[in-house]
Design a binder for this molecule. Structure first.
Ligand code: CAA
Length: 386
């Protein structure tokens, strides 16, 4: 088994790191403190080709293998998990939805601008009463001539207030178990769409999370994405891929947390010595480094299954589960090493600790990842999938 990266992948990592050191690192604390969304950074990431890594060249993209895209997300997340999140949702949920399920006119309309960062996209599945139980959503889309009329409330929409368009999931027919959900592309300026509120969160302040109301919101029938009634399968398939992106985000964040812990341990003195010389600290660092490496390998493995056209639902869930739980443990360890200073806003580990917390929640909680893994294990045992 070859664990090495190709020359192109190494160059890509270097390019993203240089970009992030220049365009993100000096500003990230201010963005977070002031709740600023760095729109300009996404335009530049578009120019650099990073936003187009899931878009075919025929539609203006720089389509790469999935592992390369994952490496770019990991690298961005080392500097800002918020920026990595926006890129992940835009590229692996919004763009991929249209790239994989869109009709030709939809691809031509949205993909070239999305790949260049001229427009940003969001993904709107969750509702106030439907998070883990995503199929329990209540938003309805009824057909009237050549429009769909949408009514309902969507919540936890990443980039929701800034995105120019979003992938929306709504019930098009049936009740309860018989209900059929469909996917749509909805432009932000559609009449009847209103941003209700931007959530006040524990972290990720430079990634706005919106609650959006749809009241008699009319969109053309041609904005239906994929087959009518197949929306839930589309949502879950897309989430399989994007969960690998969240795993990569967790790996990047965890790597930085670990490095902050090492740096502090080498600087801080106690009892007449650098605290890095104490075994208690060394063991924490060793555990953290082992966790981050294991998380990275699971993440790269899941991405490589995508690249080899092999099933990856279970492996994506394993990567997401392990990497996000590991990021929380590592952020905890690194903050503990900082002692009282770790709890102060003066040190960046405090922000990373808060950011790590949500990674085990969004794009499917750790409990949902376990459920997905177990379902696949049982299906494999029954010989339904190989
Ligand atoms: N790939 C393709 N299709 C799939 C699939 C997969 N991995 N898993 C299920 N499906 C299909 C099923 O075959 C079924 O198709 P039919 O309608 O034709 O029968 C359909 O999708 C529904 O599947 P289930 O009956 O298995 O669905 P369920 O209601 O039992 O739920 C679940 C399964 C795993 C709990 C799922 O609801 C889930 O993953 N929940 C978590 C939701 C989630 O991750 N939300 C994140 C919100 S987005 C977000 O956070 C983004 C952001 O902005 C940060």
């Amino acid at each position: 088994m070859d664990f090495s990266l190709t020359e192109e992948q190494k160059l890509l990592k270097e390019m993203v790191r240089e970009f992030a050191e220049r365009e993100i690192a000096p500003y990230v604390d201010n963005w977070e403190r002031e709740h600023l969304f760095p729109r300009e950074v996404f335009r530049k990431l578009g120019e650099l080709g990073i936003l187009g890594m899931t878009t075919e060249p025929a539609y203006g993209g720089t389509k790469s293998d999935y592992l390369s895209f994952i490496l770019a997300l990991e690298e961005l997340s080392r500097f800002s998990a918020s920026v990595a999140l926006t890129v992940s949702v835009h590229s692996s949920l919004f763009i991929k939805a249209i790239q994989e399920y869109g009709r030709e006119e939809q691809k031509k309309k949205y993909l070239p601008r999305a790949a260049k960062g001229e427009i940003l996209g969001a993904f709107s599945l969750s509702e106030p009463g439907a998070g883990s139980d995503a199929a329990n959503l209540l938003t309805k889309a009824r057909k009237e001539g050549n429009v769909f009329v949408i009514n309902g409330i969507k919540s936890w929409v990443t980039t929701g207030s800034e995105a120019d368009a979003l992938i929306l999931f709504a019930v098009t027919s049936g009740e309860k178990e018989k209900k059929r959900i469909s996917a749509f592309i909805v432009d932000r300026d559609s009449p009847g769409l209103q941003i209700l509120k931007i959530e006040e969160k524990m972290g990720f302040n430079s990634s706005p999370t919106a609650q959006i109301a749809f009241e008699e919101c009319r969109i053309p029938t041609e904005n239906l994405l994929g087959e009518e009634g197949r929306g839930m399968a589309i949502a879950l398939k897309l989430l399989d891929g994007s969960r690998i992106g969240i795993a990569a985000q967790a790996v990047g964040l965890a790597q930085t947390a670990l490095e902050l812990g090492i740096r502090y341990a080498k600087e801080r003195e106690a009892f007449g010595q650098k605290i890095a010389s104490f075994e208690a600290i060394q063991f924490m660092l060793a555990d953290g480094a082992t966790l981050v490496e294991a998380a990275r390998l699971l993440t790269y493995r899941a991405a490589s299954l995508v690249d080899h056209n092999l099933p990856y639902t279970k492996e994506a869930a394993m990567a997401k589960l392990f990497a996000t739980e590991a990021a929380n443990k590592i952020a905890y360890i690194a903050l503990q090493i900082h002692g009282g200073y770790g709890y102060s806003r003066e040190y960046p580990i405090e922000r990373l600790y808060r950011e790590a917390r949500v990674t085990t929640i969004y794009e499917g909680t750790s409990e949902i990842q376990r459920l997905v893994i177990a379902r696949q294990l049982i299906r494999e045992a029954e010989g339904l999938i190989s």
